[in-house]
Design a protein around this ligand. Structure first.
Ligand code: ADP
Length: 249
């Protein structure tokens, strides 16, 4: 059974008495413990899709199942946004433990889990710093730690690395792959970046212009292979994706 399955999803927004369709007849599926990447033009409905999957928007038609449950009934999902979403007045430690406190974990369990995840992500030495005292890459790692401390099964990421410089971006892509290999989370990530899609997505879904639907799906054996970045097959897949995005094939 697919861990994530979406069938004939439709979402429309109503604004000034006008209906704007954002997603139309969108279907996709993702196996458990795999990675999927969605790529598409700006404004095609990618964030709308993640909003539905995260349970933030329940105003949709069609069927969405995460591990057999509707998104609103599912507390195994974590969403990571582009702007990190860290509270500026809280330290790394306090930002990371927040979700545990909100869920009513005991003080002892909260400390144990926070320490473990910060250690795992190489952030323990930054535990007393505030977000403004961290680099962009470090901030994004803290945001990831804050989600992972809740031990989700599905990690949703909305352009998580887009504001980082090219080198930091590659480092965090490598880091995400290591994390995935270790935890076997199911990951669905949105990106504008073609090379990122090829490096991270075992499945790559190409979306159309708005209202968005999936126009092409790739199964990608190169995902997570560090040495693949410079290989001919990598460049060929990147070129094919580029053509799909431009509507050439
Ligand atoms: P993407 O993430 O791919 O850039 P979005 O999901 O943000 O796209 O938006 C998809 C479409 O829905 C766009 O045409 C956008 O203008 C519209 N849209 C998004 N949010 C709203 C809203 N709250 N009200 C009205 N229209 C919206």
């Amino acid at each position: 059974m697919d861990y994530l399955s979406i069938a004939s999803l439709q979402v429309s927004y109503v604004h000034d008495n006008q209906i704007t369709p954002a997603l139309r007849d969108l279907s996709l599926s993702l196996a458990i413990e795999s990675t999927g990447v969605i790529i598409g033009p700006s404004g095609c409905g990618k964030s709308t899709l993640l909003g539905v999957l995260a349970g933030l928007n329940q105003n949709y038609q069609g069927t969405v199942r995460i591990n057999g449950k509707a998104p609103g009934e599912c507390d195994e999902t974590a969403l990571i946004l582009q702007e990190y979403g860290l509270l500026p007045w809280k330290t790394t430690w306090d930002n990371v433990k927040l979700g545990l406190e909100l869920r009513g974990f005991s003080k002892q369990e909260t400390v144990l889990r926070t320490e473990k995840i910060l250690d795992k992500l190489g952030l323990l030495h930054l535990r007393k710093r505030y977000p403004v005292q961290l680099s962009g890459g470090q901030r994004q790692r803290v945001a990831i730690a804050r989600s992972l401390v809740l031990e989700p099964e599905l990690l949703l990421m909305d352009e998580p690395f887009s504001s980082l410089d090219a080198l930091t971006r590659e480092e965090l892509q490598d880091f995400l792959i290591e994390l995935w290999q270790e935890t076997k989370l199911t990951i669905l990530l949105i990106t504008h970046n073609i090379e990122e899609a090829v490096f991270l997505g075992q499945k790559i879904f190409v979306m159309s212009e708005c209202p968005g639907t999936i126009i092409k799906e790739y199964t990608n054996p190169l995902a997570g292979d560090y040495s693949a970045r410079g290989k001919m097959e990598f460049l060929e897949l990147a070129n094919s994706l580029r053509s799909s995005l431009r509507g050439w094939n």
